[in-house]
Ligand binder design. Structure first.
Ligand code: SMO
Length: 774
């Protein structure tokens, strides 16, 4: 008897008991004998030349062991390469510490001491003489003719430019013949990724072997290993990077940071273990921000309100220097801007600008939250101008299922999906949504439709994007001598629950119970190489497929070995997850595994090593779809917007674990809600960050969250062999736009001004007052 398949079942996450009992081991739980503690010296000014660096007083403090300043660091390290470029990008690597600082919080040195407190006291005693330079903190200001230059040699603050989709001349022609054009300036601000666990490193150098072991809260151990090897001038095989349990990442921990490399440098230099843990205030200025763009977007429509053209001009705020992924997220904004609709032409331009602020980089959605905000707010503006219901305008323009596969003007190929059906079901699901435009509490309904780029690969696409990441994934399965199965994957568990989903896939492919299987990842010494790992909603599709295939090969092999033992054909062998049986004869998996590892009773041609490997490089990305509907109440007296109800119809093809899928969608909506109503990193014009604690940066809390009703549709992907599509980012991406549209729907008097997220009380209050509604 074989158990029912686990794929499709709502299993609890295998990591939850450990997390709930406080037994998960995070990087800060690691303590090594003789371990020292580091504090990072950070620039207190937004733009300055470092004239001198004097650590004498710090070194005189009892307990301070070492201080490394800009000159030491420059001498001992190589700059970190950017790994996602555009052609002609004008900065392609970044030094660990420089003689010019370009944002508040930029590392200038490291103090190592017997305790963190002493390291911080030592940092206070380091005398750094900064010669201030004029600063600029916003991308449009940085493009002004008289703007201060961050890199005077470049002659401007633009460091990257790119054009996407329909060629500009053809695009202009499409707009020239349009019946209606709706044009707006939109903004999506920077946000602080804010995982529950901040970043951190424990680095341990063994002088005997010359091996550096690094435990770090990071999404990509292999990328970290390769970058550390380059920066510290070590061989890759001398570095082992281990990922402890992670308390969230959201993309922010997808690469090595300068401060983390400094802690490793100190460990190598001192030949003693060094720990550095980011504090929450550091997180606001040292961890790369998400998003941060200004957009000029135009939508052209014909007489029947059919979309004909879309044009998005992106001004990307890169911060003080391009992060490792540089303009990557903004490129994805451009490429995904058309969404689930038809146009004859769609184009985008991207201008990547440096400013005296924290660099921006990957954050859940990787540019797609922004494209959804731009497109879906613009569509609602078009509906308002043309006097058409927003839902009707969408219905007229969605790509019909009969057009799949569908190539967009941005050269993306949508594999499968039924967007009109998603909209239809969302309308049915949200039939109880309420709109009220009288009284002091208004109610509005907002819709956003989306198709999400998931399952990044193949490797060829990354090569075309000038992104140094493998698009493939590898899995290895080993049947242990006691009959258990260990699955090794390159996909890191960053708290999203991938370990559980991969366990389900492995269990079904092996025909074994879930509790006989352990999934391991996050250690360069044992995990398959992966540079992208759990990014771009690809863990399950790109990472899961080779798990299935390696496990199927393993099962076939075990059946062959068992068959030989009974002189039977493989087709006559039954496996119930514990024993192989032919007629009345049986052998336990544990016995078969033990004998095989010993090399006993092996049929000719079978190897004694019970390991199978599979490598999968997908043929293309796969597109998940969704329609989100929000009901928002706007209180005109308090100028606050509150999400009262929320409905989602989501299509990620074959769903392996609906409980985890729902968790991803709900958590994503919480982030999207924060982006719509609360979260915004702000700077004074001189580059001083104004949001450096959770007092002035508002994250949504549980009482901000409505109940969320989720309906799943299952249109299998034609790209992935199992029909799965990704869903790690799909909750976040359209939710900001759906909530923004609901606010606009509640207060149409100010709708045309609700184009810059978040629609926080301060923003609403000003607009309501101007409209004499306050
Ligand atoms: S923002 Mo991500 O780690 O694709």
């Amino acid at each position: 008897m074989t158990a029912a398949p686990l794929t499709g079942q709502r299993l609890n996450r295998v990591t939850d008991p450990m997390i709930l009992a406080g037994q998960a081991r995070y990087v800060d739980d690691i303590a090594l004998t003789g371990m020292l503690h580091a504090a990072i010296l950070r620039s207190p000014v937004a733009h300055a030349r470092i004239m001198s660096f004097d650590a004498a007083d710090a070194l005189a403090l009892d307990g301070v062991v070492a201080v490394l300043g800009p000159d030491d660091i420059a001498r001992m390290t190589e700059p970190q390469p950017c790994t996602w470029l555009v052609p002609g990008q004008r900065i392609t690597n970044v030094p660990l510490a420089d003689t010019v600082v370009r944002h508040i919080g930029q590392p200038v040195g490291i103090v190592v001491a017997e305790s963190r407190a002493l390291a911080e006291d030592g940092a206070d005693l380091v005398l750094v003489d900064y010669d201030g330079l004029p600063a600029v903190a916003a991308p449009e200001a940085a493009l002004a003719a008289d703007a201060p230059l961050l890199y005077p040699d470049l002659g401007g603050n633009t460091v990257a430019e790119a054009v996407f989709g329909t060629p500009p001349e053809d695009l202009e022609r499409a707009f020239a013949t349009a019946a209606h054009i709706v044009e707006r300036r939109l903004e999506v601000p920077r946000v602080a990724p804010s995982p529950m666990e901040t970043r951190g490193v424990v680095a341990d150098f063994a002088p005997g072997t010359g091996e550096l072991t690094v435990w770090t809260s990071n999404q990509g151990p292999h990328m970290t290993q390769q970058h550390l090897a380059h920066i510290l001038r070590l061989r890759i095989d001398r570095i082992r990077v281990v990922q402890p349990h992670l308390g969230g990442s959201f993309g922010a921990k997808d690469h090595l940071y300068q401060d983390e490399a400094l802690a490793c440098l100190a460990a190598v230099h001192l030949r003693r273990p060094v720990k550095w843990i980011e504090d929450r205030t550091e997180h606001f200025t040292a961890t790369k921000h998400g998003r941060g763009g200004v957009y000029h977007a135009r939508l052209a429509l014909d007489e029947d309100a059919a979309f004909t053209a879309l044009d998005v001009r992106i001004t990307a705020d890169l911060g003080a220097f391009p992060s490792t992924v540089g303009t990557g997220p903004f490129q994805v904004t451009a490429m995904t801007s058309p969404g689930p609709y038809r146009y004859t032409a769609a184009g985008a331009t991207l201008t990547g600008v440096v400013t005296n602020t924290t660099p921006t980089a990957a954050y859940r959605g990787y540019g797609q939250n922004e494209s959804a905000w731009i497109r879906e707010r613009l569509i609602d503006e078009a509906a308002r101008e043309l006097g058409i219901e927003a839902v009707e305008l969408r219905r007229r323009n969605l790509i019909p299922a009969s057009d799949m596969p569908y190539a967009t003007p941005m050269h993306m190929l949508y594999d499968t999906g039924d967007y009109p059906e998603l909209l239809h079901r969302a309308e049915r699901l949200a039939a109880g949504a309420r709109r009220e435009r009288t009284g002091r509490v208004r109610r509005g309904i907002g819709i956003a439709a989306n198709t999400e780029f998931t399952g990044l690969g193949p490797s060829g696409i990354l090569q075309m994007l000038l992104a140094d990441y493998n698009g493939w994934e590898q899995a290895r399965v080993r049947i242990e001598p006691d009959g258990g199965a260990t699955v090794f994957t390159g996909i890191a568990d960053v708290g999203q629950g991938i370990t559980t989903a991969l366990t389900q896939l492995a269990a079904d492919a092996l025909g074994m119970p879930a509790d006989a299987i352990v999934v391991k990842s996050g250690d360069t010494a044992t995990s398959p190489m992966s540079l992208l790992t759990a990014a771009a909603s690809r863990g399950l599709t790109v990472g899961g497929t080779p798990v299935i295939r390696a496990c199927r090969k393993m099962r076939e092999r075990l059946v062959r070995i068992a068959a030989a033992r009974f002189d039977a054909a493989p087709g006559d062998v039954a496996f119930d997850g514990v024993s192989f049986r032919v007629g009345d004869a049986s052998v336990a998996l544990a016995e078969l595994a033990r004998d095989t590892w010993l090399g006993w009773n092996l049929p000719k041609g079978e190897l004694p090593v019970l390991e199978e490997t599979d490598v999968y490089d997908p043929a293309n990305v796969t597109f998940a779809g969704s329609v989100h509907v929000a009901q928002v109440a706007v209180d005109l007296d308090t100028a606050t917007a509150r999400v009262e109800a929320y409905w989602v119809v989501h299509d990620s093809g074959v769903v392996v674990n609906p409980k985890i899928a729902d968790g991803q969608i709900i958590g994503g909506i919480a982030q999207g809600l924060g982006g719509a109503l609360l979260e915004r990193i702000t700077y004074a014009p001189d580059g001083t960050p104004l949001t450096t604690t959770f007092l002035d940066y508002l994250l949504p809390v549980s009482e901000d969250m409505p109940d969320i009703v989720i309906e799943h549709m299952h249109t299998p992907s034609s790209v992935t062999p199992e029909g799965m599509k990704g869903l790690g980012e799909g909750g976040t991406i359209p939710s900001t736009a759906a909530i923004g549209n609901a606010v606009a729907d509640a207060v149409p008097e100010i709708a045309g001004h609700l184009l810059a997220a978040p629609l926080a009380p301060t923003v609403l209050h000003g607009l309501l007052a101007e409209a004499h509604l306050a």
